[in-house]
Design a protein around this ligand. Structure first.
Ligand SMILES: [Zn+2]
Length: 390
């Protein structure tokens, strides 16, 4: 068996037209439950351990949490199967609700599992006001106070997350602020502020982007390092601290900001309609309920249509998706070409056009976009995930 798996390509040729070739075990998953540090047996959170039961699991060395749409929120952890039928997998901080996929060292890959419900990790410690930093400090180094404006942030929202700090005692010859991802401990961004006199507050803001790209969703924290001229150093937090000056970054916010539900079967993507099938997911809510941009971007269309009513199409910022909102009670205050930030109010739930009852009809379209060569796909798993953290 081993020989077959590691055999060079020549062996596949030897198999010839017989259809032989390299045997690659395909792991199969029967059931996933939460084993340790769970919210409940059926609901995990960042830091939980999952139990995966199935077949052909012995060669599995990686589990990928596929999250909602796209690769941007995928996270992968290394695993070692306990047996052919069972393995345990850690849920990384940053993993979100969605299917799992198992991979073996020899290239086998399972089908995606049913979605696993993953709640957000325990929230970061709120620290909106400056407070003395608990990190390590060498004698002679400045004393540090730090604060972070929010514990939940969304890519492309405004304002972003603000980290503030103040030094006292010694002055610092070198300052460094790192933004550290809790998923792997890596600094994804570094600032080197100019030296400031002691006792003055200095701030840094971040909008969830790394250059032009959106940062991966997940837990991040700010870490300040201040060194005095003689090299004595103070740090704002211990290495591996995922609570201090930390916040959770999400890629989308749930667009309906009030009581809502997802309706019956007819509200789902693909449900039958006269002459076509339903291209989105309906979100039932009272007329007048505030509606926000799930993801910021550029307004592509703002129009009225006999069926769609008042509708708005936003070309998502830093993501190859168009976001479509229909039946707004009034025309959106935004115009075509306008820039919209994640979480910004774009209108209110209504029943304009061909709508039975107040609801948001929501669509997601892949590239190149809405009636522009793209295709609509079922937005329900994404909406569910956004709803869980918004
Ligand atoms: Zn609809």
């Amino acid at each position: 068996m081993c020989a077959a798996v590691t055999a060079p390509a020549a062996s596949a040729q030897t198999g010839g037209s017989g259809g032989g070739g390299v045997y690659v075990a395909t792991p199969k998953v029967a059931k996933v439950t939460c084993l340790r540090k769970c919210a409940t047996k059926q609901r995990a959170r960042g830091g939980s351990v999952l139990k995966v039961v199935g077949a052909e699991l012995a060669g599995v060395n990686a589990v990928t949490y596929l999250g909602s749409y796209g690769r941007g929120d995928d996270t992968t952890v290394k695993v070692r199967a306990g047996s052919d039928h069972r393995l345990n997998a850690r849920v990384p901080i940053g993993a979100v609700t969605g299917p799992l996929a198992l991979a073996t060292a020899s290239g086998g890959r399972s089908a995606p599992t049913k979605p696993v419900l993953i709640l957000p990790p325990l929230p970061p410690e709120p620290n909106a006001e400056l407070s003395p930093a608990p990190g390590p400090m060498v004698n002679g180094a400045p004393r540090l106070e730090t604060g972070t404006s929010r514990t939940k942030a969304f890519v492309g929202a405004r304002p972003g997350v603000t980290f503030s700090f103040r030094l006292s005692g010694a002055s610092a010859a070198a300052l460094k602020v790192e933004l550290v991802s809790a998923a792997d401990g890596a600094a994804v961004k570094t600032w080197t502020p100019q030296e400031v006199p002691p006792d003055l507050v200095q701030s840094i803001s971040w909008n969830g982007r790394l250059g032009r790209a959106a940062a991966r969703p997940g837990r991040y924290s700010f870490k300040l390092t201040a060194a005095s001229a003689d090299g004595s150093e103070a740090r704002s937090a211990q290495t591996g601290d995922t609570q201090r000056d930390a916040f959770d970054l999400y890629d989308n916010i749930f667009p309906v900001r009030g009581r809502h539900d997802f309706g019956g079967a007819g509200a789902h993507f693909g449900a039958g309609r006269a002459g076509h099938s339903h291209q989105g997911q309906d979100v039932m809510a009272n007329c007048g309920t505030r509606m926000v941009a799930a993801r910021g971007g550029r307004v592509k269309f703002k129009q009225y249509h006999a069926a769609a009513g008042n509708y708005l199409v936003i070309d998502g910022d830093g993501i190859e998706l168009d976001y479509v909102y229909m039946h707004l009670d009034q025309p959106s205050p935004f115009s075509e070409g306008d820039r919209v930030y994640t979480g910004q109010t774009i209108g209110a739930v209504g029943e304009t056009g061909n709508a039975r009852g107040c609801h948001l009809h929501f669509e997601l379209w892949d590239a190149p976009g809405w009636y522009d060569g793209g295709k609509p796909f079922d937005p329900f798993p994404s909406l569910q995930a956004w709803d869980s953290w918004s």
